[in-house]
Each structure stands twice: as C-alpha cells, then as structure tokens.
Design a protein around this ligand. Structure first.
Ligand SMILES: Cc1cc2nc3c(=O)[nH]c(=O)nc-3n(C[C@H](O)[C@H](O)[C@H](O)COP(=O)(O)O)c2cc1C
Ligand code: SF4
Length: 443
C-alpha cells in the first residue's frame, strides 16, 4: 500500500502544466476514448471503478452523473468545487497548479457523460496562482479542440468557465456555492428531501452536477486506464487512491497520494515522522472531523470504512499530526474560532452555537474555566449537531465533542489548574466580559 501516484503521476515533470508536455504523458487520451464511447458506458465505467466523491462526503460519483437528463433538450450544467476551504486541506491547490489539464480533461469527459454543454470551475478567491494555471490550460485546450464546438469531431460542444469565490468556507458547501455562482449571497439552500437534488434543480433551476477537483481528475484516470485497474486498488468500499494533505508536526509536510486502505501510521512515516516529540494526536480528514489519539491512530487505515469504524472520517483528506507538546484545548479554541467566523448566520443553532463554543473555550484558555464548562460545551454541541441548516454546524461541533471524548482530562486540567497541562501560554480572553478578575498569566 502507501504511496500510489495516479493523479499525481507526472506532478514533478517539468512543464507538465502545458498541453504539449501533458499530451506526451498520455494527456487527453481519456477524452479521446470518451468521445468514442456511449454516454452510459462512461457512467458505467465510473460506477465499475467504485469512485466516491473526494470533496468530503464520499458519495458515489456515478449516481450523480447518472442523474442528469440523458438528452440535450434543456440546458444543464457541470460544476467543479475548487473552493477548498477545509482547514488542513491543500490537495486541490497543488492539482490545479501542477496538473490543471487533468481537471480540464476530467470535466470534458464528464460533460460527454452528462450531455452538459457548459461547465464552471468555482475556485476560492485566495487561489489566484492556481486559477491562472487553469486559465492557461483552458485556453490551450480550446486551441487544440478539446473544448469548445464539436469536441474532437464528436458533435458535442462544451464551454468551460472559471468563477472566482471570495474566500468563504461556506461557499464550498454545494448549495451555497451555487448561490454564490449565480451572484447571490453565499447562503445554503434547502436540501433533499425538502427540496430537489441539484441534479434535478441546481443553478438557475437547471439540473446540475457538482464534484470536487480530485473526483473529476480520478474519473479522467479511470476512463484513460480502465475501471478494472482503478478498482483493483483500495478496499472493498473505498477504491483507488486518495490525496492526503499532511501537515502539522511532521518532517515532510505535503500532499501524498496513497492507495485507499493505507495504514495511517505508514503515511505518517512517509511524511518523515513526527517532529519535536512523540505523536499525541491526528485529525485525519480536515478540521471538521474527530481527533484521534496516538493509540487510535495505530488502528486506522485511510479508507472510508476504517475511519468511521474508529469514530472519525476520511473527509477531505486534510491530515494534521500533533506532537505531545500540543495543547488540545487551545487547538479546539482556535478551531471553534474558525467555525464561528465562517458561520454564514442563516440559522440560529450554528450562528449562536458556534459563538458560544468559542466563548466557553476562550474562557477556559484564558484561565477562567468553571466547573460544568465541559458539560456545557457538550450540551451546546448536541444542540447544534443535526439541527443546523447545513453541514457547517455539524462540522463545528464534531471536533469539539470528539476532543472531549479523547482528551477529557486536558479540559478538566485547564479548568482545575487555570493553566495548560503541557505548559502552553494562557491566551488573553477575546471576550472582555469573561471573568476579568482572573490573571492571564496563570502558571
Ligand atoms: C461547510 C462545507 C464546506 C464544504 N467545502 C467543500 C470544499 O471546499 N470543496 C469540496 O469539494 N467540497 C466541499 N464540501 C462538500 C460539498 O458540499 C459537496 O459535497 C462536494 O463538493 C461534492 O463533490 P464530490 O461528490 O466530488 O465529493 C463542503 C461541505 C460543507 C458542509
Ligand atoms: S449551519 Fe451555519 S453556515 Fe450553515 S446555514 Fe446555518 S448558520 Fe449558515
């Protein structure tokens, strides 16, 4: 298992972001195959490969592709989610920067499979440099007939546009992304079963497919190389590879494409191992998922089923490692600050609850923790979880509840001793009203 480069096979080849070099390495062979295939055969290949969406939820890609109208009668659209706002995740950034043609080709294939004539790539505002690379790749693809009118003589037209976001985490949520793309405020919409799926009514109420960057790139590889080769990799329910963004206290942070099912500890070793101490904890799938202790990490494989069996999620693959000098409560304070800041404010549990979580954690970490604060945190989490309008609310409370489950003693230590169990500094309270009588320099 361990490293297996499919999407990143040619990542380090000089000039690979240019069309001529990309073509020399098999670029657009997948599209050439796809134009000779029936629409349904393309979808069936993606199904046989067992590809699941790489944006976080792991939803089977073929079901979405299959859900779009199987004719050209009315306009429908395909979208690429390149918002990549999940803390700890930077895989799409490197993909767009280094192998932009993999995405362009993947979306052209998806357009054939769904009879869509227009596609949009929604790129987060901060990703100016990656967006320029994609711009260049799109222009080159048009010039060579891979995009535009009558692609490779197939009779199929496909235009591809870039839309820049403005750096909002919430705009990575698919319905908020669609609102933002249409020029509306980046708020989410009602979800199925209370509203139609995007494949029925997405942007401008037209059927819309939305997939992550990595999902399109993996689909390209599947069509180019065949579903059997892809499905031979991974585990029973998690096929192929996953790009993991490894960061934190490791010697060699970066993006690693691994075969699904690779032991977490093996990837940690590949990333040079833990620095400045022993392994204390890992967040495997981006900041929204539950933190795991070092002991739990020994049992986790990087696939959907192993992560969920161990009480966490593979998520977006943003794997953050922490050494034993890390203060977990401070880490959660910072995490909750992020979710409070990114809450769009549309629904009460998330708008109010994320602020409460941050306030309580801020109180604890400034030396003002009270008996009962841990129970209060858990109570607030339970009031947000499952009661929010979109997934951001859940994402805000899972890490806190998870950290309390795994590291309850650290929260209790902070509250009892008014200082960090690992010697970290107290933080000045962000909210002045919180226990001003207490010294900030408790030690
Ligand atoms: C708050 C929030 C933020 C999200 N951010 C992203 C993101 O940045 N990129 C992404 O691909 N999916 C993100 N998602 C998941 C998308 O809603 C959607 O499931 C995904 O784009 C579907 O693509 P896939 O099927 O290829 O995974 C987010 C979800 C939530 C709830
Ligand atoms: S859960 Fe948060 S981000 Fe989602 S709609 Fe409610 S307030 Fe907005």
């Amino acid at each position: 298992m361990a490293i297996r480069n499919l999407i990143f096979e040619f990542r380090d080849v000089p000039g690979i972001s240019n069309l001529d070099v990309w073509e020399k390495h098999g670029g657009y062979d997948g599209l050439k195959k796809a134009v000779a295939m029936e629409r349904q055969t393309i979808v069936d290949e993606v199904k046989a490969a067992g590809l699941r969406g790489r944006g976080g939820a792991g939803f089977p890609t073929w079901i979405k592709w299959n859900g779009l109208p199987k004719n050209y009668d009315a306009p429908h659209y395909i979208l690429c989610n390149a918002d990549e706002g999940e803390p700890g995740t930077f895989k799409d950034r490197e993909t767009l920067l280094k192998v932009p043609h993999a995405l362009v080709e993947g979306m052209a294939i998806a357009s054939l499979a769904t009879y869509s004539r227009v596609g949009f790539i929604y790129i987060r505002g901060e990703y100016a440099e990656p967006a320029w690379q994609v711009r260049k790749a799109i222009d080159q693809a048009y010039a060579k007939g891979y995009l535009g009118k009558n692609i490779l003589g197939s009779g199929h037209d496909f235009d591809l546009y870039i839309h820049m976001g403005a750096g909002s985490y919430e705009c990575g949520e698919e319905s908020a992304l669609m609102s933002s793309l249409m020029g509306e405020r980046g708020n989410p919409r009602l979800k199925f079963p209370h509203a139609p799926l995007p494949t029925v009514a997405g942007i401008w109420q037209a059927p819309t497919l939305i997939n992550n960057v990595e999902s399109y790139c993996a689909a390209r590889w599947i069509i180019a190389h065949g579903s059997a080769e892809y499905a031979a990799l991974g585990t029973e329910r998690s096929k192929g590879t996953k790009i993991m963004s490894v960061s934190g206290h490791v010697a060699k942070p970066g993006n690693y494409e691994v075969e699904m099912g690779t032991p977490l500890m093996e990837l940690l070793q590949a990333a040079g191992g833990v620095t400045n101490g022993r392994l204390k904890a890992v967040i495997p799938g981006g900041s929204s998922v539950q933190i795991m202790t070092a002991e739990q990490c020994e049992k986790i494989n990087l696939d959907y089923e192993s992560c969920s069996a161990n009480g966490t999620l593979l998520g977006s693959g943003g794997m953050m490692a922490f050494n034993d000098l890390t203060d977990i409560v401070l880490l959660m304070r910072r995490t909750s600050e992020f979710y409070m800041h990114e809450s769009c404010g549309k629904c009460t549990p998330c708008r109010e609850g994320t602020r409460w979580l941050y306030k309580i954690l801020d109180r604890i970490c400034s030396g003002g923790g009270r008996q009962g604060d841990v129970e209060l945190l858990l109570d607030v989490c339970s009031q947000i979880d499952g009661r929010s309008y979109c997934g951001l609310g859940d994402a805000a409370c899972w890490p806190i509840a998870g950290a309390i489950k795994a590291f309850r003693h650290e929260f209790d230590y902070w509250i009892e001793h008014k200082r960090s169990p690992v010697g970290a500094q107290c933080v000045p309270p962000a909210f002045e009203t919180i226990n001003p009588a207490l010294s900030l320099t408790a030690s």
